[in-house]
Ligand binder design. Structure first.
Ligand code: URA
Length: 204
């Protein structure tokens, strides 16, 4: 916990550090870093994979085709983009939209952890297998999706990445259904004053 001498940092400060970061090779080719965006008291944090071309140009997450679909999917759950915090496992674009490497994800993880510490969301929604791997290593997306877990008092809720539905139309319905469960997850989320996390596990 931060003390009076050590105030809680804020998202802007973390964003500035991300924009100046040179801790991995992705920084060499970036146009703009993409720290993430949304309210600092968001109940939901959505963690995607990595910025793509449009995100790298604009410095904002999910602004391309996958972003438009994400907004539509959120609206099915009665949520708008402005109500959730959206970020990625790595904050700089891998060239040619290749998958992020384990070392890049590891180098960037500290920023995600700090963002989560500031926001303290009720639910972390992992979008796709790379984001899933960074919260629940070794789990397969096909089995893990749609099954919320209590990870140290925070609900981690894996779903498919919206881009998967752009490639494979059949997945769209699955993502829609998983997304629609977000409001009920919030109701079931552990309250800070409630008991140890093991008691919460029975909910799911
Ligand atoms: N896909 C992602 O995973 N993140 C973005 O920001 C955009 C597309």
């Amino acid at each position: 916990m931060p003390t009076a001498a050590e105030p809680m940092e804020n998202l802007d400060q973390i964003g500035r550090e991300i924009s100046a970061c040179t801790d991995c090779a992705l920084s060499r080719n970036r146009n703009r870093a993409v720290p993430g965006e949304g309210p600092s008291d968001a109940d939901f944090v959505l963690v995607g994979e990595a910025p793509g071309f449009n995100e790298d140009q604009q410095g904002r997450p999910f602004v391309g085709a996958a972003g438009r679909l994400l907004e539509e999917l959120l609206s099915h759950a009665g949520l708008s983009r402005g109500q959730v915090f959206i970020t990625n496992t790595v904050k700089c674009r891998p060239l040619n939209n290749r998958d992020p490497l384990p070392g890049e994800m590891a180098a960037c993880r500290k920023y995600l952890d700090r963002q989560l510490e500031v926001i303290s969301p009720k639910v972390v929604v992992t979008l796709g297998r790379y984001s899933l791997a960074s919260f629940l290593p070794g789990e397969a997306i096909g089995k893990a999706r749609g099954r919320p877990r209590n990870v140290n008092g925070t609900i981690v809720y894996p779903i498919y990445h919206p881009a998967a539905a752009l490639r494979q139309q059949a997945l769209r319905k699955v993502i829609e259904e998983d997304m629609q469960k977000l409001p009920e997850l919030l109701k079931a989320a552990p309250q800070p004053q409630e008991g140890p996390q093991e008691e919460q596990l029975s909910m799911f």
